[in-house]
Design a protein around this ligand. Structure first.
Ligand code: ZN
Length: 319
């Protein structure tokens, strides 16, 4: 027995642990996960991310290193820059979502859940009397992990509820839900994902598309099949920012939302209500991308606004 304990001791090494956000002379270390089935060249990943982040961080202040297939170590010069990268997004590499998460000092890289992505999600079709922050929390909790919400009572009323949600990318995207109404009736509430790009129109998962040459092999969501729901480009909307233009109010400080909406430019935000209620003639869409077919990638990127928010992580050891 003593020999066994001795042998176990020989295989155990107690290492020192730095607490809190891991920052050293090199900067802050983050974990990046590309949600896709195929693995692009590291050079292409770096170029795509530097282009995505060009308005946030200078290319000299960020280092991207390959760790394992579709897992990257991101080192940025300061905690301020790290926070910016995590608050904004979703980021993309070749239309696949690139998720950034903190790398807690008490976690190994392999212990961070890679299959997470954070989106602002809109719920359309909710009666005015039900447009409350409490209901936004309730809906968000059924979709994924709630990172933040817009509370209409604080932030102003839109035509939809808006929640920042961390979703599990191994599961199909949720299309909506039934809302029971009076007299035994019900109405369908549509969900819209801000900044959503490539996903499978068959199974509704991120990271692949349903090609003729390479059809999707994933299982279909039984609810989607039973309700005869369809995935399509309508699930994606442009990111919106700031409070409602109808009832603009000053952001109270120290609220979740005030922390998120740090870069609102009055009069310049994208009007998602307008996109939803008055759909323009939709340009022909690529089967795997929401970039209109007639426009080049750079032109599309320049005109595409981005959502504001922050990413999270949850390692096995910190739950
Ligand atoms: Zn699929």
């Amino acid at each position: 027995m003593e020999n066994e304990v001795e042998a176990a001791d020989q295989l155990t090494i107690h290492l020192e642990n730095s607490l809190g956000f891991f920052e050293d002379r090199r900067g802050v270390t983050l974990a990046g996960f590309l949600i896709t089935e195929k693995e692009p060249q590291i050079g292409g990943v770096k170029i795509a991310l530097q282009r995505e982040w060009r308005n946030i961080v200078h290319s000299d202040d960020v280092k991207i290193a390959w760790a394992s297939p579709n897992v990257y170590i991101i080192t940025v010069a300061s905690a301020v820059l790290a926070k910016k990268l995590m608050e904004k997004g979703p980021w993309h590499v070749h239309d696949d979502v690139f998720s950034i998460q903190p790398w807690p000092s008490n976690c190994a890289l392999a212990e961070i859940h890679p299959n997470k992505a954070t989106y602002w999600i809109q719920a359309h079709g909710i009666p005015l009397g039900m447009m409350t922050g409490r209901n936004a929390l309730l809906i968000g909790g059924r979709i994924g992990t709630v990172i933040g919400i817009e509370d209409p009572a604080i932030n102003g009323t839109r035509s939809f509820l808006r929640m920042r949600i961390e979703i599990d990318t191994t599961k199909p995207l949720q299309l909506g839900f039934w809302l029971p109404r009076g007299n035994g009736g019900r109405s369908w509430i549509n969900l819209r994902y801000e900044g959503l790009r490539r996903f499978c129109f068959r199974c509704g998962r991120l990271g692949h598309a349903n090609f003729l040459g390479k059809p999707c092999v994933y299982s279909l969501c039984p609810v989607v099949v039973r309700e005869e729901l369809k995935y399509g480009v309508g699930l994606a909307v442009r990111p919106t920012r700031g409070p409602s233009p109808l009832f603009p109010i000053k952001h109270p400080r120290n609220t979740i939302f005030s922390l998120m909406v740090t870069e609102e430019v009055p009069g310049k935000r994208s009007d998602a209500e307008g996109d939803y209620d008055r759909p323009e003639p939709v340009p022909r869409q690529s089967a795997v991308s929401f970039r209109p077919a007639g426009r080049n990638r750079e032109e599309y990127r320049q005109c595409r606004p981005r959502a504001v928010g922050w990413g999270t992580t949850r390692c096995f050891g910190s739950q």
